[in-house]
Design a protein around this ligand. Sequence first.
Ligand code: CA
Length: 226
Amino acid sequence: MRVLVVEDEVKMAALIRRGLSEQGLAVDVAGSGEDALAKAGGGNYDAIVLDVILPGIDGFETCRKLRIDGVWSPVLMLTARGALEDRVAGLDGGADDYLTKPFSFAELLARLRALVRRGQSERPAQIEVGDLKLDPATRQVWRGETEIELSAKEFTLLEAFMRHPGSVLTRTQLLEQAWEYDFEHRSNVIEVYIRYLRRKIDVPFEVSSLETIRGAGYRLRKDGGR
Ligand code: CA
């Protein structure tokens, strides 16, 4: 899951970024509305956290422009305490939800998950591929009836595979799902995590669902390995 945080206050942006990263999310930060429009133009963010108070164009205007640009990533607005007008303006401008500052991190995370579940289009609450099942909201994974414990990064990678069963995902695509852009791309981190995942979702069940496609990437079999 990939999130864009739009906040000019460096400390606040760093705090949100760290908290979300610890949950296994890939987080990019934009320091202004203009920066956000440039970054979100590709449209590949699962959600956008957008502060109202920004230098240059404010959060409302940023949100409005995003929608005009055809960016439909769910937007969570951060507004000032008690500013009812802000909340109304935010929702009118195309935001999907709002959170009043100061907020608890747990609430930010819960709201984000709810938004991502709702998605840019309808998404099922749980994803199933063969007898593999994944719940993005509760971050649980099962093979058949057996629940599997995954680390945050392992979960994020498996979610990417389960959203694209039968498709080859390149190392770059996988890196983008789970790590920030400035991550050291030359490392073999994906290979390592694929090995971890296989040890958890395949080996104990004597199946092989995660296939290596030489020279291309990796693929989760549509039948989940059975
Ligand atoms: Ca701000």
